[in-house]
Design a binder for this molecule. Structure first.
Ligand SMILES: [Zn+2]
Length: 113
């Protein structure tokens, strides 16, 4: 059965359609899109609502992010090893500052409090 899930990202509504064979696949499909619900309605930097999803690869690292097309600020989307993508509760849009070292910085959950 074809299942369609709609998710709002900024001012746009994205439509995802998947051919689902059983309830496990339905839950997986739905779970994999949950991170989209965590994206703020507008850019936390400029309040713009024109947001888009971007995947870029820099020096072998994957960067998944929500980009504000008004000011260019980016919101990080995190990848868990086996599970779906996620966005931290207090994640904010940030303007990109060229610091190549950041990609190698160890993950520190203490910083998120
Ligand atoms: Zn912005």
């Amino acid at each position: 059965m074809k299942v369609t899930i709609k998710k709002q990202v900024g001012a746009d509504v994205l439509t995802f359609t998947e051919d689902i064979k059983n309830s496990k696949e339905l839950i997986d499909f739905s779970t994999n899109l949950v991170f989209l619900d965590r994206i703020p309605k507008s850019c936390t930097s400029c309040k713009g609502t024109s947001l888009f999803l971007q995947h870029r690869v820099t020096k072998g690292y994957d960067f998944l992010e929500v980009v504000c097309s008004s000011c260019g600020a980016k919101l990080k989307i995190h990848e868990s090893k086996a599970g779906p993508l996620y966005i931290k509760y207090d994640e904010k849009f940030e303007k990109f500052v060229s610091k190549e070292k950041d990609a190698d910085a160890p993950f520190n959950p203490e910083e998120d409090v």
